[in-house]
Design a protein around this ligand. Structure first.
Ligand code: ZN
Length: 237
């Protein structure tokens, strides 16, 4: 097929059926959620059935991983669609018990399309100690927005936990949940997971640097410039 024919075919696809395109996007997102959830488990970011992954669908509803099913067994049919108010719209399973955290993130940050909640070892140590992970590396600011702050404690699954988490997520892509774990937000499930993995790696490096002694903070003017880069990247689709 010539280039011209390909272009015409694509035009037809876009103009011909918007509903079909929306359905394609929905299916792509569902596949991405499942892939990210399994990767989160295989990379050791969670143990057992801990953690959860979601994405905002084109119609504003949310597709989220179910509660109490192993990541190894999890299939596309196990994912659950919920409305922004939490009502279950489809899926034969119960949505994650931490759905309020996801709902609050989408409500508070209209620019994000995915939420990943994980329990990684090193970042969780900071969450338990109630200590933020300092942005001593330039990449921490460029990709995550700055120091990774710790929320005030709220019991898992409650609105208090969700509200407290989003307060320290303001201007950031990752936050620590006191006495619990981590939440990250991104443009897609794989992006949000990538940011969670970077935060975990940062926690590990910061802990090692602290043990070695005298870690050096970044110069103030560099911090400001790096934050501008973060804001620019965050504003891009
Ligand atoms: Zn959790």
């Amino acid at each position: 097929m010539s280039t011209e024919h390909v272009e015409h075919a694509e035009d037809g696809l876009e103009a011909g059926n918007g509903l079909e395109a929306t359905e394609d996007t929905r299916n792509t997102l569902r596949n991405e959620i499942l892939r990210a959830a399994k990767a989160m488990y295989s990379k050791g970011m969670v143990q057992g059935t801990q953690g959860n992954v979601s994405a905002r669908l084109p119609d504003g509803n949310i597709c989220i991983t179910p509660s109490s099913i192993s990541y190894e067994e999890m299939a596309l049919g196990d994912l659950v669609t919920i409305a922004p108010d939490g009502e279950v719209l489809d899926g034969g399973r119960s949505p994650s018990s931490e759905k309020l955290l996801h709902i609050e993130c989408y409500k508070r940050f209209p620019d994000i399309a995915s939420v990943v909640h994980s329990h990684p070892v090193y970042a969780s140590m900071f969450a338990l100690a109630g200590k933020p992970i300092p942005a001593w590396m330039d990449e921490t600011i460029v990709y995550l927005g700055g120091d990774i702050e710790v929320s005030t404690y709220g019991m898992s699954g409650t609105q208090a936990m969700a509200t407290n988490a989003t307060m320290v997520l303001e201007g950031r892509s990752v936050a620590l949940l006191a006495n619990h774990g981590m939440v990250s937000v991104g443009k897609s499930p794989s992006h949000a997971l990538e940011l969670a993995i970077l935060a975990e790696r940062t926690a590990h490096i910061v802990m090692g640097a602290t043990l070695l002694g005298s870690p050096q903070p970044l110069p103030r003017d560099s911090v400001d410039s790096l934050k501008e880069v973060y804001q620019l990247m965050r504003s891009m689709k």
